[in-house]
Design a protein around this ligand. Structure first.
Ligand code: ADE
Length: 268
């Protein structure tokens, strides 16, 4: 097990804080939360990150941290790893919440990027391969039909405002709805429509909830693997497009990282 001294060294290895010309501190530490290994590894390679040898998370958890210095940033990619029993990626809101909490505690990021794939609604203009920045997030599978608890269950919130980033990268912008199922039940469909969502994922609103609790801004970058209101079965379309769409996702995320380098939060 890593000693407390090792852990401090791991977390503080190259943190540098500089100021922009107007005296504001630049973004220094970034945490990128990605649920699937297939989505994470090309970006790990592109940013030349290495797997952590000073474990910053509790002993025994499968969560993986890749880290390194990219340009002027301390970049961390956090992947929740694989289920210890079944060996599949730990997708969904439970693992996303846990790694978001643990990463904020351990790494004190200035900014979180939640990157991943999503289902898209063609009725709202989404196409396979599109990359979206989420303007709003909400849950669609936490139905609690009691006054006020209903709003708590939906957990709708606007995301951190990044007008310059959207303009510079020419990203599509839409509302994101989150639930723990890949498919869409009729109940989910009603809630997703009520949320006004263009894209649907399994982590976003959970990351937003935890990051909001701890006052860390989050940017959500989601690439569309499947059309939810289309003809093809979701699982088939998702698996067919996962690798190709991941390339578009990782390209967009590295552009986001390039854009935030040497900027303060107010410039995004
Ligand atoms: N990730 C990729 N496609 C998805 C979908 N249809 N629903 C939820 N998460 C997804």
């Amino acid at each position: 097990m890593a000693s407390p001294e090792d852990m401090v060294e791991a977390v503080t290895e190259t943190t540098t804080t500089t100021n922009t010309d107007d005296g504001k501190p630049t973004i220094s530490t970034v945490v990128i939360i990605i649920a699937m290994q297939t989505e994470a590894l090309p970006l790990v390679n592109k940013l030349q990150l290495s797997q952590d040898h000073h474990f910053v998370f509790p002993e025994g958890v499968p969560w993986v941290r890749y880290h390194g210095v990219y340009k002027d940033l301390q970049v961390n990619i956090i992947w929740p790893g694989k289920d210890l029993l079944l060996g599949v990626d730990n997708i969904g809101t439970v693992s996303a919440s846990l790694v978001t909490y643990a990463s904020i505690q351990a790494l004190k990021p200035d900014l979180i990027i939640n990157a991943g794939t999503a289902g898209g609604f063609k009725a709202k203009g989404a196409c396979v391969g599109d990359v979206y920045l989420a303007s709003d997030v909400a849950f669609h599978d936490r139905r609690i039909p009691i006054p006020v608890f209903d709003q708590y269950g939906i957990g709708a919130r606007q995301t951190f405002s990044t007008p310059n980033l959207i303009k510079e990268l020419n990203l599509k912008v839409g509302k994101l709805s989150t639930g723990d199922s890949l498919d869409m039940s009729p109940h989910d469909e009603t809630s997703i429509l009520a949320n006004g969502a263009t894209i649907k994922d399994m982590e976003g609103a959970a990351v937003a909830y935890v990051a909001d609790l701890l006052s860390v801004p989050v940017v959500f970058i989601k690439a569309v693997t499947d059309i939810v209101d289309g003809e093809k079965p979701t699982t088939e379309e998702f698996l067919q497009n996962l690798v190709a769409v991941t390339a578009a996702l990782d390209q967009a995320v590295s552009q986001v990282v390039d854009f935030i380098n040497r900027k303060h939060l107010g410039e995004l």
